[in-house]
Design a protein. Structure first.
Length: 743
């Protein structure tokens, strides 16, 4: 066996340095997250969307993963709805699976793991940007500060929703392989990997960032296809490969979401809520969630923001300015500038004519209802330019440029200081507003001194660049994670507490005859009670619901009866006929609702209704016997008339339902579970159609005699989407491994 020769010493050292740099980056990110990881005094989950929606979603998925179930359906809210189709739970995102498989704490997802998960998202963002900077020829120190900028600053570091951040962190890898394609480095393979990583962004759990990222990369492809004034067939072919991998890689999430979107209604923040798929999101919503031009001052003023954070910082502006001054001839720099400016102008929304044109003509663009989200493209471009700027700073030939920049920073710091001093004097020597504005002066003076010292040094050392990195971290630390609530700030720690306050109620309900369904008063129980405790509910904190459920008015007294909501939870009864059967120490009560239908029953008579209004009329008609008659939008098969049917048993899992029924004659077995495309049924092992009874519930025709009825949730969009994504990942792996093996 021939021994493998040792690598040259310089190559070994280079590889060691290459391995150490990501570890250094990890140490920086962990230190930056000291409030969450190194103490137990702060929380990033104290907001309505996170505590009431995201945490219960994650908890539900984690519990099911520990039971070896992949929960594409959620039976615990609104009588059941597609979990995978909602997109935002992030079920198809592979990195979430690691979180879901971590040990539970008292049957729930552990907050400490959520903290490390949150940090790991930002570390991946920093690491991916580091790799991009290195691939563009930047030094390790320059790549580190670029990674720090993307992972710990801008959009990624200042957005709480993990499903949105997860979509953004793949931007560097998308462009890494896009740039390789344009440089002619295995163009088809690089194009495939670029599309693959954009597809992963679509798996993340939210559509806004992937929409903007897809639009931007499409623009880059179109430009280079026609860059020389004529069609480049080579780049066109690479673009086709990119598009194919994008569609296949993101299919596991995109296809179920597309299907669910056509059968649901969504709350978008307009007076016309909820809106259906065929109704565009009103432009007034885009206008409301645009970045106001006045907050562009927030690029250098910490804390000057309204919703979206645009802060960049003095260090970032100085280094990116150096990149523009000295690296404009580099094609990636010009592309990054175009990408960054496109993101900035898209974020301005209603102040950008072209954003309005795109809203008008591009399909699906209106679904990205928050133009301000596009600012992530600007921050991404700045992060990579910072890496270029750091290398410019370390080149001896740029000493004169550094001295000029130092003078500009010194002058701007002096002007800013006197402006702030004047404001201070004009208010009777009392400071008003956010005192972090003084950091502009501090950063300007400090960076001016460091740049001047670098310009006069006889030899280049790492001390000054390291101090610049530290100064940049100081700037970022006064924005990202700055406002995390401390546990002693009781007025801010008010959201997660609701989850624990309902434990007594949940324990009581678990000891009641099963199956059961509850209606929670959202004023008293404002979070997703069903997903947190695994108890069926008729309400919740979600951005969308199935249209058939919304149209039937399940919140009414008769709706409560139809859906079998035997119990209500709140501080006071919802209906006059309720009886209190439990009261806990936190002031919550459980009320029993009389006269509700069982969870499974049979009917032998059906009425066809014309529309949703007609269906609601039948539901609210006290003379319409819900226990023996159903209504549907389509004519149901004929049924025989008889009495005496018996539902001997029924059981339900996450993605399935089964029942044993004895029928006296042909009729319909009704499950008090929401209907959705993708449900299949078998009667005694023979496939049978699933009908939409009561215009919302699931029903199956059953003949006379004893029968076993089984249902499975198996949407073609999920099965085909999973297969397509799997194929894309396998193909991507093969494309990477085969050339490496040949070499």
């Amino acid at each position: 066996m021939t021994p493998v020769p040792d690598l040259p010493v310089d190559r070994q050292a280079s590889r060691w340095r290459g391995a150490i740099a990501p570890l250094v980056l990890l140490a920086i990110v962990i230190g930056f997250f000291w409030k969450l990881l190194l103490t137990n005094q702060y929380s990033w989950l104290e907001s309505p969307d996170l505590a009431y929606q995201v945490v219960p979603w994650f908890n539900y998925q984690a519990v099911q993963f520990h039971q070896h179930v992949f929960p594409i359906w959620d039976p615990y809210q609104f009588a059941g709805q597609s979990l995978i189709g909602q997109d935002q739970p992030g079920l198809t995102y592979p990195f979430n699976w690691i979180l879901f498989l971590l040990p539970l704490k008292n049957g729930h997802i552990a907050v400490r793991y959520l903290n490390w998960y949150y940090m790991s998202i930002h570390y991946l963002a920093a690491l991916f940007c580091y790799w991009l900077c290195r691939d563009l020829g930047r030094s390790r120190l320059a790549a580190i500060i670029g990674g720090v900028s993307f992972g710990l600053g801008g959009y990624v570091a200042n957005i709480d929703w993990p499903q949105m951040i997860n979509g953004a962190i793949w931007t560097p890898l998308v462009f890494l392989f896009l740039f390789r394609t344009l440089r002619g480095m295995r163009p088809r393979v690089s194009a495939a990997l670029s599309g693959l990583f954009l597809g992963v962004s679509w798996l993340s759990g939210h559509h806004q960032v992937p929409i903007f990222l897809t639009l931007t990369t499409t623009g880059v492809w179109l430009y280079f296809i026609w860059e020389r004034g004529r069609l480049s067939r080579q780049i066109l072919l690479a673009a086709a490969v990119f598009l194919t991998f994008l569609i296949f890689a993101g299919a596991f999430q995109m296809w179920p979401t597309f299907e669910y979107g056509h059968h649901s209604v969504r709350w978008v923040g307009s007076q016309h809520d909820p809106v259906s798929w065929n109704q565009p999101v009103p432009y007034m919503v885009h206008r409301e969630y645009s970045l106001s031009p006045r907050y562009l001052l927030g690029m250098v003023i910490p804390g000057y923001q309204d919703g979206g954070v645009v802060f960049v910082g003095i260090v970032a502006f100085a280094l990116s300015g150096l990149a523009l001054a000295r690296c404009w001839g580099t094609k990636p720099v010009r592309v990054l500038v175009a990408v960054g400016m496109a993101g900035l102008f898209l974020a301005l929304g209603s102040n950008d004519l072209f954003q309005g044109i795109l809203y008008s003509v591009l399909p699906v663009f209106d679904k990205a209802r928050t133009p301000a989200t596009a600012i992530f493209l600007f921050h991404f471009a700045i992060a990579v330019l910072i890496g270029f700027g750091m290398d410019v700073l370390r080149q001896p030939s740029n000493a004169r440029l550094l001295r000029r920049l130092a003078l500009i920073l010194l002058a701007s710091g002096i002007v800013t200081f006197f402006i702030e001093f004047g404001v201070f004097l004009s208010h009777d020597q009392k400071w008003i507003g956010d005192d972090r504005v003084m950091l502009i002066v501090i950063a300007s003076f400090a960076l001016a001194g460091l740049l001047y010292r670098e310009s006069t040094a006889d030899s280049k050392h790492r001390g000054i660049p390291l101090l610049i990195v530290a100064l940049y971290l100081l700037e970022l630390g006064n924005v990202a994670l700055y406002y995390l609530p401390h546990r002693d700030e009781t007025n801010r720690n008010i959201y997660l507490s609701h989850l624990e306050e309902t434990k007594q109620v949940a324990d009581f309900l678990r000891h009641q005859p099963q199956p059961l369904r509850v209606w929670t008063n959202m004023d008293d129980v404002p979070f997703n009670f069903g997903d947190w405790y695994g108890i069926d509910t008729l309400d919740g904190f979600v951005p969308s619901v199935p249209a058939n459920f919304y149209e039937i008015e399940a919140h009414t007294l008769r709706g409560r009866k139809l859906f079998g909501a035997r119990y209500s939870v709140g501080r006071k009864p919802l209906f006059a006929d309720q009886k209190e059967i439990f009261h806990d120490s936190n002031g919550l009560s459980v009320y029993e609702n009389p006269d509700v239908l069982p969870r499974t029953w049979t009917v032998h008579n059906a009425v066809k209704v014309k529309n949703a209004a007609d269906a609601r009329g039948h539901l609210q008609d006290v003379n319409f016997d819900l226990a023996n008659r159903t209504f549907a939008y389509t004519a149901l098969p004929p049924m025989d008339q008889c009495n005496g049917d018996e539902v001997r048993s029924s059981s339900r899992g996450i993605n399935w339902f089964s029942a044993v029924v004895s029928m006296k004659c042909k009729g319909m077995l009704v499950m008090s579970e929401n209907y959705a495309p993708g449900w299949t049924a078998q009667v005694d092992g023979i496939d049978t159609p699933v009908y939409e009874t009561y215009t919302s519930l699931r029903g199956v025709m059953v003949g006379p005699g004893a029968h076993t009825v089984e249902m499975r949730y198996r949407p073609l969009s999920v099965i085909a989407g999973a297969a397509a994504t799997f194929i894309a990942f396998i193909a991507g792996a093969i494309l990477c491994l085969i050339p490496a093996h040949n070499r």
